[in-house]
Design a protein around this ligand. Sequence first.
Ligand code: NI
Length: 171
Amino acid sequence: MALLPIRIYPDPVLREKCAPVETFDGELRKLVDDMIQTMHTAPGVGLAASQVGIDQRVCVVDLSVGEDPEALHTLVNPEILQRRGSATDVEGCLSLPGFTDKVTRPFEIEVRAQDVDGNEFLLTAEDWLARAICHELDHLDGVLFLDHLRGLRREKARRFLRRLEREEALV
Ligand code: NI
């Protein structure tokens, strides 16, 4: 396994719509293993492939950050089938270091996805797991959590993004 560099905004890969995975092979398995290690080391509770520069529809979520193997979810080509209710809570993102704000998400979702071998499965998630999955699925479409903010919060987010753009331009 290897640690992968996490892409920081305004890296253009973060705005790409990722392509469906069609080949389930050793390369995909290695990508997923590396993403899990990278997420746990960061530490973070979710990571999308675009955040490590790969524009494919793969993400990993683990609310336990490595403590509970059953809390680890690998989602390939995920799709939300149903959304129920709503909940508002604070989010952050490894690609937007230093910024957090409240985002409204569905309270419960039903997701269809494939595992690393291509087997399809259904997952019902609620509360924080639903939030984390929605956040990662957004990444696969080039959407960042602060895109959901409105009004003054959106202004604050815009100022933060401009600051990141200036900082990254100096690197
Ligand atoms: Ni994120």
